[in-house]
Design a protein around this ligand. Sequence first.
Ligand code: GTP
Ligand code: MG
Length: 420
Amino acid sequence: MFIDQVNIEVVAGNGGKGMVAFRREKYVPKGGPAGGNGGKGGSVIFKGSLNKTTLLDLKYNKIIKADSGENGKAKNMFGKDALDVIIEVPLGTVVRDLDSGEVIADITKDGEEVVIARGGKGGRGNAAFATSKNPAPKIFEAGERGETKNISLELKLLADAGLVGLPNVGKSTIISALSKAKPKIADYPFTTLIPNLGAVEAKDGRSFVLADLPGLIEGASLGAGLGHDFLRHIERCRIIVYVLDIDPVDKSDPYENYLLIKKELAEYNPELVTRPEVIVANKMDLPNANKNLLKLKMKLGDDVIGISAYQAENLDALVYRIADLLETVPLKEEALEEVVEYTFKKEEKPYTITLLEDGTYEVKGKLIEKYIDSTNFQNDESVKVLAYRLKRLGIEDELKKLGATPEDTIIIEGIVFELQ
Ligand SMILES: Nc1nc2c(ncn2[C@@H]2O[C@H](COP(=O)(O)OP(=O)(O)OP(=O)(O)O)[C@@H](O)[C@H]2O)c(=O)[nH]1
Ligand SMILES: [Mg+2]
């Protein structure tokens, strides 16, 4: 099954809670604060991999979750950071935030890592709050919450060059001869059901990504054979490598076969046939190959490149030809357009105040949520710290300006406060 679109939820781990503890020493009645910080929550990271060709693995994985960081401990010991969860995805995976609709990642390189949901920072333990004024604080911070996102992944296969041709012409044999990709090769049509990617390295050090695509037949653009599901992946290939069987068993004419494939591409998207191309005559080891290649060159010119993928003949010339041509073709605009730097947006305002119909003032904001999360309401000092932080944000003044009085109910991130 070829899966190229899935929706999932990613949940990063929360940071561990900071610890409140004091040193116990012999003969010292009250030791200093010794509560360690909590560990960092695990992030969910996507990593581009040439070994992945579909999003199938994620199809049954509706939620990807990283662990939370360990809580801080006594004796100034820090909680352990949770491990990040790293998920390998195929190159060309476009990740979208379903809530904002925004593209948050377009993973195009082997080994490229993008943090999709960031784990929360660990909270500080009381040792971190000691000051000369307050040498024995009982304050701690809760860990920051990890990010949660609903995302969609869409695979838009991304390759520099795509091998396109009728079934059985030897496309998979070519990619396995040129790269480490090991697709199935067999003597029957439609052996390849999903696109395969391979990294090809020329002997002069240049390299490119090659795609082996399933075979096309007449009527593919109308749904025949494997249909046109794969044609859209060709759209992200910068150049097209037409592969022809130079001595087909059905005695068909390689030139006619070339025209047929081009016609199918054009029917799907006329722009595809204007892309720079390399024409490959494969199976040059077969009896009629030389004679047929001469005929083909008369129609298509001397640039047709004869190879035998099977006997590894003339493959270097093919690799150089593709590498040379790629140097003249800029990266596709479409691919560039969707490359979005993954940046964390700073909150524009740290909070919003809304006057509800029943006269309640509601205060909300990410930062405030974080402050409240890290407050221990059983602890007076911790509550004092919160009050101080809220005051510094100007919430009190803002509320007064809006006409709030001590009689009004004020709800800050779900907790009821009074104006003093
Ligand atoms: N004689 C000869 N046979 C070849 C050559 N290259 C491939 N073949 C054979 O052709 C058959 C088809 O090869 P594949 O690589 O599976 O062809 P494909 O184009 O990927 O086929 P589909 O995936 O079905 O579209 C296999 O039996 C190969 O061994 C070649 O250079 N010479
Ligand atoms: Mg194949």
